[in-house]
Structure formats: C-alpha cells, structure tokens
Design a protein around this ligand. Structure first.
Ligand code: DMJ
Length: 477
C-alpha cells in the first residue's frame, strides 16, 4: 500500500511553508516541523527542486534565448539557424510543478510577449510536437492564459502542412514560415505520435482537425501491419511502403505505442484502445523473450516474427510505465528489473546495448528519463519501496557522474564516465520532474499520478480537464 505520513493539515502546512518562497530549499527544510524535517523523501524532493533551480539559473546565465545549455563550456547550442526556445518551453511545467512560480511566469511572459513562430526554419515535426507543442499546451493547462493558447494554435497551424501527405503520415520537416515540407522517410515514432498533443489542442479549441490529423497518421501505420499484427520501423509517407522490416519497441517506434494508450486514457477513444490491444498482444507474442533470467524485447522481422537482433536502447525503459498504467503490472515489474540491472552494471545506462553480448553498442548517456519515469509509475501503482529505492539510486548516480559546477551534463561513455558538453531539454522536462515526483509522492503529491496524464515529454495534463463525452464531440470520434 502507498504510505501517507501526513494528515491533510500537515500537508497544507508543509506546502504553504515550502512552496511559496524562493529562499534556499535547504534552508526552508530546516524550518519545517520535526516530523516533516525528518522525512528523507522530502529532503530529496527539496534537493531535486534546488538542483532544478541551480540548473535553470545556469541556463539563464549562459544560454538564455537559445535552445540548449552546454554546461561544461558554459555556452549554448541551437537546433536550427534560429532558436526555438526549446529549453524554457520544456522546463516550464517542471518549474511550475516544483513551485518555482516566478521562473515559470517569466517563461510564460516571454512566450506571450516576445516569441514569434514566423521563423524560416525546417523544424523536425516529431521533436517540436512533443517538446514545443506539448510544452505550450501544458503551459496553457497550468496558467489558463488565453494568450498562451493563441501562441499554441499559431504553432500548431504551422505544423499542420506536414500532415498533408498522400498517406496522412507527416513529412519529417515542415518550414514554420512557408509551410514547405521535406523528408519523405520517417520512423514510426515520428510517424504516429501525435494523437495526444493534437487531441488536447482539439479539446481546447473545439476544432477536431488536429486530432483527426494525428489519428489518421496513427491509423495509417496500424493499417499497414503484417499478418502477425506487427509494424516495421521506417515508412515512406508518400507511398506508404515500409523501408525496413524490423519490429521492436525501441527508439524509433516507442512513443507510437505509448500514445495509443495514453490518448485512450485521456480522451476515451475506444478505437485507439482496440489498436493498443491488438498491438500489445503481438508484441508479447512475437517480440518478448526471456534471456539470462530477464525479460527482453529485441527485434524481429515484422512479417515472419524471426528474431533478428538483440540490440536495445535505453528509451525502451518507457515500456514498464505504459505496461503498468495499462494494468500489466507483472510484466512491468519484470521489465523494470531488466533495465535496473543494466543501470547498476554501469551506474548509468548506455544509449544502445546488446543484451546477449552484454556490452554497449553506443555508450552515451544523455540524462534520459525513461527508467526514472517507470520507477515513479511502479512506485505509485505497486506501493513497493524497492521502486523508491531505485529512484534514490538513479538520483545518487546522476549526481555522482553528471553534476558539474553549474548544472548537469551528459556522459560520452558510461564505462569511463567521460563527460559530454550537452544538457538535453528533456532533462528539465522529464528527468528532474520524475525524480521530484518520486520523492514528493508520499508526503506532498500522493494523488497527483492518478490525476494527470503525461505526454511523452512529461508535460502533465489533468484528467479532470478532459470530459470524455465532450472529448468525443470536440475531437470528432
Ligand atoms: C524524450 O524526448 C521523449 O520521451 C521521447 O519520446 C523519447 N525519449 C526522449 C528522452 O529520452
């Protein structure tokens, strides 16, 4: 069972003491009533909050106005010729959740007053959907500021030409100024992970065109499944022809599955639940295997089911979370153990790993969130202390190997811990958020998980906002 050590009044006292001030969190913790002060979890939550603030300050000092902080050289990097402000937009919902309201408000004001999307940039449709559209939508969800919604609609309308392909699967790039599209080969994650953000936008605007475009793309993939009910990895958006034959749950496909279930969860579209049920049964039947006592999901030929590769990616650790929230706790727990073992072998995880050779193919760790996300889900859903202990281990290792004098950095090689001068935007959006939620869970946010659904970039949306009957009308299903 989940443990709650505080009464409602104590919780109120705690949140009003802790969350309203911008003073040092460590100092605040020492002012708390004894019973709360003694909670290791709260100390850890406050530490994550303080580290988020420190990292945000570094972004502002060295990279403000740019997409990404490079913490070692104390400089910045943009994804394109002009900045899209990806770090602040991705950071907003985490800062807001942690009570860093002044910092969040500053981002909101910047988006409303100073940001124009009229940029001559060929933006990657998938990445801007999950980070920018998802970030803006949650900024509107959390602030209620109608001017944020105006900016959000403007951005989404600039994305929409990408969906105007013969199959309905979006092109890889869209120019935000001209609407020109390019890139006719995409992987399935890039092809079919839009129903969530587009559904939220259709709900807010009461215009079904966004959700309909996202759903058409998902169905265009699903309708091209093999007789085994498996899809492959890469597809041509104009011909609908498969350009690879590998089926898996790894990077390149991952969020296609995640969004079927999460979109069903938020909006109640039974058709997506049916797509999920068919897909997940095929994954378990044809892709999963036990190896060395651990559950693995490798790669198979999508038409024959023949096992073709033992190469997996750290992104795959999203899967326990989605299995757990969809009710398959047993498999979720087994698969989380697989990833926890890989993490503990190195003290961080390699980006690409061969589970039979038991060695990394690509040893980078980019401060990714997936294993932390799944530990948070499993802690809430099972109430087992071992998942909180995992989160503590992950945080301890990230501090040991990735913390630097201004922020946190990625690692070039998890075997040597050689540092890499880059801090991805999802570290703000996801990794720090899921760590904070894990530690704040018992005493501060015990019901938060059940009240929210997160997009794949961890931007939260309150289930209560989305009435299922209303969703049917507004999204058009
Ligand atoms: C995030 O950008 C998203 O979660 C995406 O779906 C895949 N994983 C990265 C972070 O690892």
């Amino acid at each position: 069972m989940i443990k709650y050590i505080t009464s409602t009044s104590l919780l109120f006292l705690f949140t009003s003491v802790v969350l309203t001030s911008c003073k040092s969190d460590i100092q605040q913790a020492s002012e708390l009533p004894k019973v709360i002060e003694d909670s290791t979890n709260i100390k850890l939550a406050l530490e994550v909050k303080a580290e988020t603030k420190r990292t945000w300050d570094a972004y502002k000092k060295y990279a403000w106005g740019h997409d990404v902080l490079k913490p070692l050289s104390k400089s910045y990097q943009d994804w394109y010729e002009e900045s899209l402000y990806i770090s602040p937009i991705d950071a907003y919902s985490s800062l807001h959740l942690m009570g860093l309201k002044d910092e969040a408000k500053e981002i909101e004001n910047y988006v409303v007053d100073s940001l124009s999307w009229d940029k001559n940039i060929n933006a990657k449709i998938f990445e801007v959907n999950i980070r920018i559209l998802g970030g803006l939508l949650s900024m509107y969800e959390l602030s209620g500021n109608p001017k944020v919604l105006e900016k959000t609609v403007d951005f989404a309308d600039r994305m929409m030409p990408a969906f105007d392909s013969p199959t309905g699967i979006p092109y890889y790039y869209v120019n935000l100024k001209t609407g020109e599209v390019s890139g006719n080969q995409v992987n399935v994650a890039e092809a079919g992970s839009y129903t969530f953000e587009m559904g939220v936008l259709s709900y807010y605007t009461k215009d079904p065109k966004y959700y309909q475009a996202g759903k058409k793309a998902t169905k265009a993939i699903f309708d091209r499944r093999s007789d085994l009910n498996l899809i492959a990895e890469i597809i041509n958006v104009e011909t609908g022809e498969w350009k690879s034959n590998q089926s898996h749950i790894c990077a390149g496909i991952d969020s296609y599955y995640e969004y079927m279930y999460k979109s069903y969860l938020l909006f109640g579209d039974q058709e997506l639940k049916d797509v999920w049920d068919t897909s997940i049964a095929a994954i378990h039947k044809h892709i999963s295997e036990m190896y060395n006592g651990n559950l693995h999901y490798g790669r198979v030929h999508f038409e024959t089911g023949e096992h073709t590769s033992d190469v997996i990616t750290l992104y795959d650790a999203f899967f326990p979370a989605i299995l757990a929230v969809s009710g398959d706790t047993d498999r979720a727990e087994q698969y989380q153990k697989t990833w926890d073992d890989i993490w503990n072998k190195y003290g961080l995880e390699p980006m690409i790993y061969d589970y039979k050779k038991e060695e990394p193919n690509y040893p980078v760790y980019d401060l990714n969130p997936e294993i932390v996300e799944s530990a948070y889900y499993l802690y809430h859903i099972t109430g087992k202390d071992k998942y909180l202990a995992m989160s503590k281990q992950f945080w301890s290792d990230i501090k040991e190997h990735c913390k630097d004098d201004v922020a946190f950095h990625s690692v070039e090689d998890v075997r040597t811990m050689e540092p890499k001068d880059y801090m991805p935007t999802f570290f703000f959006a996801e990794t720090l958020k899921y760590l904070y939620l894990s530690f704040a869970h018992d005493d501060m946010l015990p019901t938060y998980f059940d009240e929210q659904v997160f997009n794949t970039e961890a931007h939260p949306f309150a289930r209560a906002t989305f009435d299922k009957n209303e969703a049917r009308k507004r999204l058009g299903f």
